[in-house]
Design a protein around this ligand. Structure first.
Ligand SMILES: *Cc1c(COP(=O)(O)O)cnc(C)c1O
Length: 251
């Protein structure tokens, strides 16, 4: 059971780590956003984090996310004038099958895991007209682990360009999930590779005045175990799960 107090404490600890990493890197603290990864944790846990000031939540599994989004809305319905419902934003950070694109387009604000044009096209077609464009990051597979999703770095620019043309998507940047590495130097080296791809695309977009890259500003990199190295390498959004919600029970 997570109390409000321990949730507050863990969120403060993560904000402290982010601030220290920004200071170390000579970056403003405001340049790094915190995405709370709530997979496997329930709606009351999300709601407690939201009441403690956390706004953005990341989910990996679509079905689990849809149930949780509904449950969090139900909790918000009990808000009072003294304790108003916090605004919550949902980010999809898991793989998306074609048959799940409609649900994602309808219920999420961001998607970090676009690695195929076909999925992006479906998301754009299925994004409801009354919602703002879906904010999208291209997932890059930087260390080429065979089991992982993500596009190869050399194809990322072409995919980003195609996504930038889609009317109901707004391309924001890149996302990476490097394999867990033991030490800062190794983590930093792999994060720097994602950053280099991010910069190369920004440069290409600038020099060719490519349309649709006006909001290319997001590098979604770093988790509980490697957020310092990710921030040193230029991450603008760290995705933290266990550091906020506690250890996930396996299975
Ligand atoms: C689970 C997960 C995270 C958070 O991992 P922690 O180690 O708990 O911080 C971040 N990103 C993705 C894509 C994840 O699946």
């Amino acid at each position: 059971m997570t109390t409000i107090d321990s949730m507050d404490l863990r969120l403060q600890q993560i904000h402290g780590r982010i601030a220290a990493a920004c200071l170390q890197a000579g970056r403003p603290v405001s340049s790094v956003a915190l995405l709370a990864v709530s997979k496997t944790f329930d709606a009351p846990a999300v709601y407690r984090a939201a009441l403690a000031g956390q706004r953005a939540f990341g989910e990996n599994y679509i079905q689990e996310a849809l149930e949780k989004i509904t449950a969090v809305q139900a909790l918000a319905a009990h808000a009072t004038a003294a304790l108003p419902a916090p605004a919550v934003q949902w980010h999809c950070i898991g793989p998306i099958q074609s048959n799940k694109t409609r649900a994602v387009a309808q219920h999420f604000d961001w998607v970090h895991t676009v690695d195929r044009l076909k999925i992006a096209q479906r998301l754009s077609e299925q994004r409801p007209a009354h919602l703002p464009p879906l904010q999208v990051c291209i997932q890059v597979n930087i260390d080429a682990a065979a089991s992982k999703s993500g596009i190869a770095p050399e194809h990322a620019l072409a995919l980003a360009q195609a996504v930038a043309q889609l009317p109901r998507l707004c391309v924001r940047g890149l996302m990476g999930i490097p394999d867990a590495l033991p030490d800062f130097a190794a983590q930093y080296a792999v994060h720097r590779q994602v950053r280099a791809v991010f910069d190369a695309i920004a440069q290409a977009a600038r020099s060719a005045a490519l349309p649709g890259f006006e909001h290319w500003d997001t590098l979604s990199l770093g988790m509980t175990g490697d957020l310092e190295a990710a921030i040193a390498a230029g991450s603008t959004m760290v995705r933290v799960g266990s550091g906020i919600f506690g250890q996930r029970t396996p299975g």
